[in-house]
Design a protein around this ligand. Structure first.
Ligand SMILES: [Zn+2]
Length: 315
């Protein structure tokens, strides 16, 4: 047998493999007295869709098959994290001589040592720093991903929801567009295109769908889309309130739209953007949209929309 740290390094490599696969990083090996590695396992609970697929269970399972019996006397289990109750039960049932783990479990669950008495020898804290660091990195990443993915989409269908969308439009347009459009044109456009009445009209006769965006339980913005007859999705509106910009919400909306396209058999998202709206243009370009054209549209009352057309293909 080599050192405990040596076998723990093999368990750690398995744990890293689990992390790379989106699983909680726990790895385990069963080593026979002569140093032969009889079983390897790493957490597969998510991909395997099975509550039993802990690293220890899979390592014990493989060791039993390799050694041709359920008794693992003379073997040591190395695992990067202190075993849970289920795995402790499996460890005792399989008659392992010894268990060596890395990081201590901090959930306050009954530990193997408490459960085992003197039926199995337990050594904790071997390569503890590496084992803990791997867990910490994994959960930090998970937390930051969760923070990214906190936007909820609610389709505006009731009068109250449509009025909420119109109120957002009124607020955001008057805050955002003064650098791009005249005050008169903003008033005109909000009334003509973004009043509750106008939104209802667009939904009823043109097939528009409006969605309220909720982040952290608050209404943070809204978006409007329409299926075009040529198989593309027209992104008509996407507005986020000033205090909620820069939080990655636009990225989430684009992911939502891509999913929406795939689910509805649409090939691309396209939109029009005012040629002077540099902020929006740079957001779209960063998200992979490309310019496909430009045009001037007369919207009445002597106002025009001078736009670029951008498109994002969906594979
Ligand atoms: Zn377990």
């Amino acid at each position: 047998m080599k050192s405990d740290e040596y076998y723990m390094s093999i368990a750690l490599a398995l744990a890293e493999e689990a992390a790379a696969d989106g699983e909680t990083p726990v790895g385990a090996v069963v080593v026979r007295r002569d140093g032969f590695i009889a079983g390897r396992g790493r957490n597969r609970r998510e991909k395997g869709r099975n509550a039993l697929y802990h690293a220890e269970i899979l390592a014990v399972d493989e060791a039993c098959r390799t050694l041709g019996g359920w008794r693992l006397n003379g073997c040591t289990l190395y695992v990067t994290l202190e075993p849970c109750m289920m795995c402790s039960g499996a460890i005792l049932s399989s008659r392992l001589d010894r268990v060596v783990f890395g990081a201590y479990d901090k959930t306050g669950e009954t530990t193997l040592s408490e459960l085992a008495g003197n039926r199995v020898s337990v050594t904790g804290g071997v390569s503890e720093a590496e084992c803990s660091e791997l867990m910490k990195k994994f959960f930090d990443r998970l937390r930051s991903e969760r923070k990214m993915s906190k936007l909820n989409f609610t389709e505006a269908v009731t009068d109250a929801q449509i009025e909420a969308a119109a109120a957002l439009a009124d607020e955001i347009w008057h805050e955002f567009f003064p650098s791009v459009l005249s005050a008169e044109q903003i008033d005109y456009m909000v009334e003509k295109f973004q009043s509750a009445r106008a939104m209802k009209e667009q939904m009823a006769s043109e097939g528009y769908k409006y969605f309220l965006l909720f982040g952290g339980g608050e209404r943070v913005g809204y978006t409007a889309i329409k299926h075009d007859s040529d198989g593309r999705l027209f992104l008509s509106k996407l507005y986020v309130k000033k205090e909620h910009r820069g939080k990655g919400y636009a990225t989430e909306v684009f992911e939502f739209l891509k999913r929406y396209c795939r689910e509805n058999g649409l090939s691309a998202v396209w939109l029009t953007v005012n040629k002077h709206n540099k902020i929006a243009i740079s957001v779209y370009e960063k998200r992979g949209f490309r310019k496909i054209g430009e045009g001037v549209t007369d919207i009445g009352n002597g106002f025009v929309m001078d736009d670029y057309y951008f498109q994002l293909d969906v594979d």
